[in-house]
Design a protein around this ligand. Sequence first.
Ligand SMILES: *Cc1c(COP(=O)(O)O)cnc(C)c1O
Length: 402
Amino acid sequence: MKPRTGQDRAITSRWRPATQAVRAGTARSAWGETSEAIFLTSGYAYDCAADAAARFAGEQEGMTYSRLQNPTVEMLEQRIALMDGAEAARCTASGMAAMTAALLCQLVAGDHVVAGRALFGSCRWLTDTLLPRFGIETTTIDARDPDLWKAAIRPETRAFFFETPANPTMDIVDLQAVCDLARDRGIVSVVDNAFATAALQRPLEYGADIVAYSATKMMDGQGRVLAGAVCGTEKFILETLLPFTRNTGPTLSPFNAWVVLKGLETLDLRIRRQSENALAVGRFLETRVPRILHPGLASHPQHNLATAQMEACGPIFSFFVDGGRTQAHGLLDALELIDISNNIGDSRSLMTHPTSTTHSGVSEEARAEMGVEEGMLRINVGLEDPRDLIEDLDCALRAVGL
Ligand SMILES: *Cc1c(COP(=O)(O)O)cnc(C)c1O
């Protein structure tokens, strides 16, 4: 690969996603390094004062300040955009910074948002608490039913916001139906694609306008850094998102961008193996617990839709025990190998009890509506040998009488 091949969209856009994940966006410095360089710099120096003036005027290409541009961060942005089939992408310091920016950059007081009710806890806080403070009302609906999206539209509806699969209920949203409806009505669809990533599901191909990520999850994939990204058209990114992020500053650190670049190199391998492992663990749990919500299993009510719009169903699923919080906590405490941890997308298997952790900040009423019950547990299945995971779960289930 020649020094700037990774930057040449005419070439990189022809590559398949697994190739893009390893090479797209790479910009080699004068040293010709094979692995992407980390540019830990906050500023840039100019050859002369006229160059500085020209760069600030937008008349000369080049960087001015790392809140606005950074070579390592730009490599990651180009890679993520290409993998999603987007014209452009911008990275943020975390997934929540990406979600907040993707919504706030385009909404104004008086606008209305329709959102899936099963959302990541902080995304629910965004729609239920933050947006109303600025005069933006949200209607939350059961996102599985396209008719409910249609029914919730008002003349002032500006955006649809949802995740699929949704956390932690594993609800699947019909991307084509909901994005088509949005487009018909001139509404912007914003999809949180953290669970699947572009390796398994590319919402833009189904007509989504904006795809937002927590890159903390599968993209880093090894539980090291927080990061986020927003993908969309060049016009949206340059004219709507950038004025917001450049001036409010939810900037991704170049070091963290580099870690995610390294993570993306192995995303395809990891997510496919973790999806297989999650199916193996799911098939075992299905024989031992009263209920399981795993989109890859035929018992999931939206199994056909999930397998139609995703290449594999990912590493995360939920299941239930009958004995409420006591039995759920007992099961977690009896685990030896699987960690009690609320993170996901890690190559380690992690398990959490949503009502006492990730969804403890969501009102009891909203939890009931979503189907987040006291007996629910969520698991992220990692890269360990699934036989060891099944043995660990088997022992823990026995310890709580299951
Ligand atoms: C984790 C997560 C977020 C938030 O991302 P952070 O990187 O933790 O800020 C948003 N949406 C979903 C679906 C997530 O899983």
